[in-house]
Design a protein around this ligand. Structure first.
Ligand code: TEU
Length: 604
């Protein structure tokens, strides 16, 4: 049955297909081989056609009722995950970790954090996912380890320890090293003095996250070994944490003039990053059918092809960082920008990132993750009357772009920002350490808390809301982070029952993307660029044409459909369709849109 379905799809798109009965065997021929109208020429890959669902394990489901989500909890929800229609999970780190930074401080890369379970649990999860046709992508955090990793414990013991050169050290007798900025340090200083050897070590993130020294070939071998360990188990890929940062100039010079005031860009442009990624690809990835997605922090349009063009043999995709800067402001982006973001900026950024992959490489599209506040609070409107249509609108966008969509758990039921007002409610070191820093400086703590209520990472980490029982059905014990009190209305059980829920719309959109390969590979063309209320674009191939129109405002809007587009069937809309909303006025087609209304039409 599946085989016939895919043959049919490929016939529709004019490609030949050698479907082998598993979603990893999408043919590798060009999608536009017989399709001269397409400007692009993409080879089909399962990871381009996938919809990825991200799970933050600490917050998903607690099976042993200690207040912390765990692997058995995820296993208990496998049928729910399957019901979404998604086909890849990205799991945030579950490795051994003292949990200084939500598991991004790893003390053993080949073991499971007991908070989450053990290796048998992990194996059962992987099996349960694979049985359901879902792939598993793990988090690879190798720019740094935990200071509790045995490598670092050894490294800090003496200057001639065999592990000394696994990390970046600077002997204090040479004076203080040149300034490096840390994301999470209370003093924002990335050099930490260590008394035992009278030296400083480098940590771009927290003090408990020393940076690994990739310049040492032994470190690279360790990383490739641990990657092989997981691939041999059958995991299907890695999301690579801050991967552009791995290469460093180990003379640690003063920041070159061009990077002054922009240390992130400097970190992302180390001298050997591409050599390391090529080596990693050749030694590891090239041996498996797996996907890789880099966290593209600091990467610019001009860097894109170097990371992901097929012939570069480095990564498959990366997350661009431009769009998640939208709506943030103030010092260090830790405040909300007054008035939010401008739709014209949103459109410009996503269109620009589409164009960079128009001919080579492949992109990603996402509006939230564990480092961001909730999608609907940020890019939509979480007021009760608008939350439903604006969440659906955002999914219409995410699932109709030419890039692999990444969806963050909970967004499918419209989870929104919790907006803590008391610093005691926060658990994330990014918020806590910045608060301490400001306190020391005598900064405005009230203003900071106001900003964090909108942009803090903990907004995106509150526990999954399963039902309206105690703690939203997440755990019988006090959860590690407060549950959003709106859980009595916003929860999975409720959403499953309601045919007009965000959840049910999300599932329909996922299905629509699966049924219309044009939404994956078709050419993207932005319409009406300057319109600050409506986002409209077409997706076209010689076999199908789609028009996507979304009203990003809380007011009704009208939109003039360009004369060359005559909308046919409405494929999906986020309001119940009562009447045709296209009016012909003086020979022009006018589309009448309700607040946050989104529609996808086919057209000839
Ligand atoms: O994130 C890196 C990163 O971009 C964040 O530090 C980001 O700047 C900040 O969270 C914005 O508020 C990765 C992980 O996704 C993050 O969870 C880790 O804390 C970090 O690396 C260190 O591993």
């Amino acid at each position: 049955m599946k085989r016939i379905y895919f043959l049919f799809l490929s016939l529709l798109l004019g490609t030949s297909c050698n479907w082998k009965g598993s979603n990893s065997s999408v043919n590798s021929e060009s999608i536009s081989k017989n399709d001269s109208s397409d400007s692009s020429s993409f080879s089909r890959k399962w990871w381009k056609e996938a919809v990825v669902y991200q799970i933050y394990p600490r917050s998903f489901k607690d099976a042993d009722n200690n207040g912390i989500g765990d692997i058995k909890g995820i296993i208990s929800k496998l049928d729910y995950i399957k019901s979404l229609g998604i086909n890849v999970i990205w799991l945030n780190p579950v490795y051994s970790s003292p949990n200084v930074d939500g598991g991004y401080d790893i003390s053993d890369y080949q073991n499971i954090n007991p908070d989450f379970g053990n290796m048998q649990d992990f194996d059962a999860l992987l099996k349960g996912l694979h049985e359901r046709g879902i792939k598993l992508v793990m988090d690879l955090v190798v720019n740094h380890s935990s200071d509790q990793h045995s490598w670092f414990k050894e490294s800090r013991k003496s200057r001639n320890n065999p592990y000394r050169d696994y990390y970046h050290w600077w002997p204090a007798e040479k004076g203080k090293p040149n300034k490096r900025w840390s994301f999470f340090d209370v003093n924002q200083d990335a050099w930490m003095y260590d008394k035992a050897t009278n030296s400083y070590y480098l940590h771009y993130f927290a003090r408990a996250q020393p940076d690994l020294k990739w310049e040492n070939p032994k470190v690279r071998e360790e990383v490739y070994n641990l990657m092989n360990f997981w691939f041999k188990k059958g995991v299907d890929g890695f999301r690579m944490d801050v991967i552009p940062f791995i290469s460093k100039d180990t003379t640690y010079p003063v920041l070159p003039e061009m990077y002054k005031g922009n240390f992130v860009d400097y970190y992302a442009h180390g001298p050997k990053v591409h050599d390391y990624l090529k080596e990693m690809n050749q030694k590891v990835m090239s041996h498996y059918d797996v996907m890789t997605v880099g966290e593209g922090i600091g990467l610019k349009i001009g860097d894109a092809q170097d990371y992901v063009a097929d012939d570069r043999k480095e990564l498959n995709m990366f997350f661009q960082f431009e769009s998640i800067g939208l709506g943030k402001g103030g010092r260090d982006g830790k405040y909300a920008a007054p008035g939010g973001y401008k739709l014209t900026d949103f459109k410009r950024i996503f269109s620009k990132w589409d164009s960079v992959f128009e001919k080579r490489g492949w992109g990603t599209v996402y509006l939230g993750n564990h480092d961001q506040s909730r999608m609907v609070s940020r890019f939509g409107n979480d007021k009760p009357e608008f939350k439903n249509p604006s969440s659906k609108l955002l999914f219409t966008f995410l699932l109709s772009m030419r890039a692999t969509p990444y969806v963050y758990f909970g967004d499918e039921i419209g989870m929104s920002n919790i907006r803590f007002t008391d610093i005691k409610d926060y658990r994330d070191l990014e918020t806590l350490n910045y608060y301490e820093k400001l306190k020391k400086e005598g900064g405005d703590l009230k203003e900071f808390l106001k900003g964090q209520a909108e942009v803090s990472r903990d907004n995106g980490r509150t526990p999954m809301q399963w039902d309206n029982s105690l703690n939203a059905g997440f755990s019988h014990a006090q959860p590690w982070l407060k549950v959003n009190p709106n859980y009595s209305q916003v929860n999975v059980a409720q959403a499953e029952k309601d045919s007009s829920s965000i959840l049910n719309y999300f599932k329909k959109m996922v299905q629509l993307r699966k049924d219309h390969l044009n939404l994956v590979y078709g050419k993207y063309s932005l319409l009406d660029t300057a319109n600050n209320s409506i986002y409209a674009y077409t997706r076209t191939s010689s076999k199908e044409k789609n028009l996507i129109v979304m009203n990003f405002t809380d007011k009704p809007m009208v939109w003039n459909i360009p004369g060359n587009i005559v909308p046919g069937d409405l494929l999906i809309g986020n309001y119940p369709t009562t009447q045709n909303s296209i009016k012909n006025i003086n020979g022009s087609n006018i589309l009448v849109l309700k607040p946050y209304e989104a529609k996808i039409y086919s057209f000839k």
